[in-house]
Design a protein around this ligand. Structure first.
Ligand SMILES: *Cc1c(COP(=O)(O)O)cnc(C)c1O
Length: 489
């Protein structure tokens, strides 16, 4: 660091102080990770409780000693967080974070490359390119595809959506906007809400979505085809079909090969939302339904789900890299990023939404190197195995109905037998809140055919057999207590 004294540098920290604060922080983090299973996975607290704990109300006029700041802050985080790294966290689709990814983020922030332009980030850009290639390879997607790291599944899906919109529009949408376009997109009724944001943000409007009915959570192909034909007859333009590999509620996989064939027949872009489930294409016994993922024009996947990368890390893959440039590239005169056709320097700002970009790829790349492909696959297999074990334990218990069991998601409810319809839904909804506040396990919910269900999704390399076999009794105990007050009312 520069030792000069000719200017103010209130944010600089001396090497000695940095070491001291850093060593202390690393010690704290190591202790935190080592004892995470002794902490409540979540807590009952209100927003005002949390605001009070922060204890600084005003923007400070003057600075504070960084060692003191770091100490109070780490404590604040450990005391008031929901821990997705806890072995009994199974809510939503949120994974525990790899320790190597945690350290990688620190390293990435230290060198701080701007991965928008090659010249600003030579090693980071090349590592990101390799990460994209490895992720493609992992799921058997053509590894000469284009792609980039983004913040998550939503953004990865948006990248595919914008590439599709550009390729499939007859008008020049980038210059003229959507005009009177009648582009229509086909998705199953179980598709994640990103599709609403995408059609809204990129000018099609949510009425352009055709929600295709499902059977057992997967898209009905006959309904898909007849809707496409119907729309064509109406003068609309079917342009994109989204297949989901691992629905957010239950982990169901749409029949991707068959959808690919229909896309070919009707000249539609085939996008796969594999934010959660794309990774199972890497398993030696991958389910048949996922095999068609290699035929997709674009794929979204989330390393911050089943590769356990710390948030945020999503990845968009697009079969033809030119389609990303077609969708996103501009060349303002204030960018002097030379091109060398012999050995091209790619500038990631041209491939997606962001301009300045952080080095997200590092934590993903390091995670893949730490575990290796076999390690990554093995951990996914264990998550799936433990999901089934939980389902078995719930069925064996007798007070539960298991509704679905797919990938690593199990959906179920407590059924005392004497509550009907709405009452039973209310009961399980209240039960979920109690369980979350109690902090022994963390579940979320699904609604299937109007039934409110508890839902466990294991993307957690810390979860062990004894964690999942403990579930029925933990839930039943909370349910019995709730039931006692319930019937008294
Ligand atoms: C998680 C998920 C998303 C959204 O991804 P984020 O990383 O939360 O933005 C979209 N689709 C599916 C199927 C998902 O599982």
């Amino acid at each position: 660091m520069s030792k000069g004294t000719s200017r103010q540098k209130h944010v600089e920290i001396t090497r000695e102080a940095f070491q001291q604060i850093g060593y202390q922080l690393v010690d704290d983090i190591a202790y935190f990770l080592d004892t995470i299973d002794h902490r409540p996975v979540a807590q009952a607290s209100t927003p005002s409780d949390i605001r009070d704990s922060i204890n600084v109300k005003k923007l400070p006029e003057t600075g504070t000693d960084p060692a003191e700041l770091m100490l109070t802050l780490s404590k604040l985080l450990y005391d008031h967080s929901t821990f997705n790294g806890h072995p009994r966290f199974w809510g939503y689709i949120t994974s525990s974070a790899t320790p190597i990814g945690i350290l990688s983020d620190l390293l990435a922030a230290s060198v701080n490359p701007n991965v928008g332009g090659w010249n600003l980030s030579p090693i980071a850009t090349e590592i990101e390119k390799q990460t994209v290639k490895w992720l493609a390879e992992l799921i058997d997607y053509p590894s000469d595809c284009g792609g980039l790291l983004v913040s998550g599944g939503n953004m990865a899906n948006f990248v595919g959506f914008v590439a599709a919109r550009q390729q499939q529009s007859s008008a020049n949408v980038r210059e003229e906007g959507m005009g009177t376009s009648k582009l229509r997109v086909y998705v199953s009724a179980e598709t994640h809400t990103w599709i609403q944001k995408a059609t809204d943000l990129f000018g099609l409007g949510t009425n352009s979505i055709r929600w295709i009915p499902t059977t057992n959570q997967v898209m009905n192909l006959d309904d898909l085809e007849s809707q496409i034909v119907h729309d064509q007859q109406q003068g609309d333009q079917p342009f994109m079909v989204v297949g989901t590999a691992g629905t957010v509620s239950t982990g169901a996989i749409d029949p991707l090969e068959e959808i690919a064939a229909l896309c070919k027949k009707y000249n539609c872009w085939f996008h796969v939302d594999g934010a959660y489930g794309a990774f199972v294409a890497a398993l030696p016994d991958a389910p048949d339904a996922i095999k068609g993922i290699s035929m997709a024009d674009s794929v979204a996947m989330d390393p911050h789900k089943w590769l356990y990368s710390p948030l945020e890390a999503g990845c968009a893959l697009v079969r033809d890299p030119q389609h990303l440039l077609d969708g996103f590239s501009y060349h303002p005169e204030y960018y002097h990023f030379g091109k060398d056709d012999e050995d091209p320097k790619i500038n990631f700002y041209e491939y997606g939404f962001q301009n300045s970009r952080g080095f997200r790829a590092l934590k993903v790349w390091m995670g893949l190197r730490h575990a290796g492909k076999n390690g990554a696959v093995g951990m996914i297999q264990d998550d799936i195995r433990l999901g089934s074990l939980m389902a078995d334990a719930l069925r064996a218990h007798g007070d539960f109905e298991v509704f679905t069991e797919d990938l690593s998601i199990t959906t179920f409810r407590f059924n005392p037998g004497n509550l009907g319809g709405e009452q039973l839904n209310d009961f399980n909804s209240k039960l979920l809140t109690i369980l979350q506040e109690e902090g022994k396990i963390f579940l979320s919910n699904a609604v299937i055919d109007g039934n409110f269900l508890l839902r466990s999704c294991i993307v957690n390399f810390r979860t062990e057999e004894e964690d999942v076999t403990a579930v029925p009794e933990i839930v039943a105990e909370a349910a019995r207590q709730l039931l006692a007050t319930w019937t008294a009312n």
